[in-house]
Design a binder for this molecule. Structure first.
Ligand code: FAD
Length: 406
């Protein structure tokens, strides 16, 4: 073994981190570098499936797999620990249980919910973020239904679910709720008409950036399944009793609810901000080779990064699709830094976007083609399976994939 091999530390085993690590072992040999992957859990979870785990339409164990099953354990040292700080000047990472020195670091810690300073959201609203938040939200919703008939006073707030945000995550979660609520009603002897699902969105439209025909389709489908939309309406405050919402220049309205879900945006991980990088909402505008400006040994990818779309002069929205593609570029560029060669510029290849509306319905655009209904839902499952395949191959896809196409 060569002495003084460069030390590469990858933070986060999400889409970006895992893609980096699985490709890196192909681009650098065992004598070229020491590779360490740090993640707070011993499993990877499919963040893009958390709306299903949160609603209870898919068990959370279906949405996660062991990290050791997809990495080359003879090449990658996996450390299960929580990153507490990144000390850029000292080239070290502080963990809950120790420290790691690095020559190169890859930051893929993902995102955290963005509450825009709205009072009470952090304390009283449920985010859709990871296995722990999803498990809690699923159980909480079920507890409300289970409690309803045990109380002398029939509390409507137990059966009122408010979803803040009609973007991608909010709409996908509403789609799952539309399927889950009738099941819960049946299980707990509750009339479906007693349940309210209210979506509050401050923007003038649902699914901003989506084709208007697809937006109409999604709204119509969700309304038919009992979702009330309050568009152009902002959540002003969240309390233990519910939310205050309102349109500009209008009297605010109180919605009593025991279940307020906040799905209206994310920001980069606070550790990235605290490390001292210049950032916008915790996301660092990275160079074309995905390194942090002024830091030649620091790569940032996925939701912690901000990558500009030169055609629109706006950043690409943070997606798993981009995080995974970035992982390949980061792995290649690390290989070139260590073994020589020009660094590659990251070129996103956006294949499309599909938002699910429950298990058998969806809307989206794939390779420029608009899709809705069963074909869109089929494509959504193909996309979900593809991400498993890219990281864990056929074995993982067969074990965790979605094959109930119709
Ligand atoms: P992540 O995949 O979130 O991974 C971050 C990793 O870092 C996790 O393993 C986490 O445990 C770990 N971590 C965090 N903090 C620490 C710490 N302090 N110490 C150690 N480890 C830590 N994108 C799409 O492209 N298509 C979709 O259809 C889509 N649907 C979505 C649906 C939902 C409900 C949500 C919430 C998001 C969706 N997204 C979708 C967005 C997508 O999930 C994110 O863009 C993607 O997960 C970002 O990948 P990442 O690698 O940056 O971070």
């Amino acid at each position: 073994m060569a002495l003084n091999k460069p030390k590469i530390v990858i933070l986060g085993a999400g889409y970006g981190g895992l893609m980096t690590v699985t490709r890196l072992t192909k681009f650098v040999g065992p004598n070229d570098a020491d590779i360490t992957l740090v993640n707070k859990h011993n499993y990877h979870y499919e963040t893009t499936w958390m709306h299903e785990a949160s609603a209870g339409t898919l068990h959370h164990d279906r949405c996660r797999y062991q990290i050791k099953d997809v990495i080359n354990q003879s090449r990658v040292n996996f450390v299960q620990d929580t990153v507490k700080a990144i000390k850029i000047d000292e080239k070290k990472v502080v963990l809950a249980n120790g420290e790691l020195k690095y020559d190169y670091v890859v930051i893929g810690l993902g995102a955290v919910p963005e509450t825009f300073g709205i009072k009470g959201l952090k304390e009283y609203a449920f985010p859709i973020a990871n296995i722990n938040t999803s498990r809690l939200l699923r159980e909480h919703i079920e507890l409300q239904f289970a409690t309803y008939n045990t109380e002398a006073e029939k509390r409507a707030d137990r059966l009122t679910i408010v979803v803040g945000g009609a973007g991608f995550t909010g709409i996908e979660f509403l789609g799952e709720l539309a399927a889950r609520v009738p099941e819960l009603c049946k299980e707990y002897d509750i009339d479906r008409s007693l349940v309210r699902i209210v979506c509050v969105e401050a923007a003038p439209t649902v699914l901003p950036g989506f084709d208007p025909e697809l937006v109409d389709y999604a709204v119509h489908y969700l309304e038919e399944n009992g979702v009330e939309f309050k568009i152009g309406t902002a959540v002003q405050e969240c309390t233990p009793e519910g939310v205050r919402v309102g349109k500009k220049d209008e009297e605010p309205e109180q919605i009593k609810s025991q279940t307020v879900v906040w799905a209206a945006g994310v920001r980069g991980h606070p550790i990235v901000e605290e490390a001292g990088f210049e950032n916008m909402r915790g996301r660092v505008k990275v160079n074309p080779d995905l390194r942090a400006p002024g830091h030649d040994n620091v790569f940032i990818l996925g939701d912690s990064s901000l990558f500009m779309n030169e055609d629109t002069e706006r950043p690409y929205p943070p997606t798993a699709q981009i995080a995974m593609q970035q992982g390949i570029t980061v792995a290649k560029n690390l290989g070139r830094l260590i073994k020589g060669g020009d660094l590659e510029e990251f070129k996103p290849d956006i294949k499309g976007t599909v938002a699910s509306l429950g298990e058998h319905n969806a809307v989206g655009v794939v390779y420029g083609r608009k899709l809705k209904g069963t074909p869109a839902s089929f494509m959504k499952k193909v996309i979900d399976n593809r991400s498993l395949f890219l990281i864990g191959g056929l074995g993982l896809t067969l074990k965790k994939g979605k094959f109930k196409f119709f």
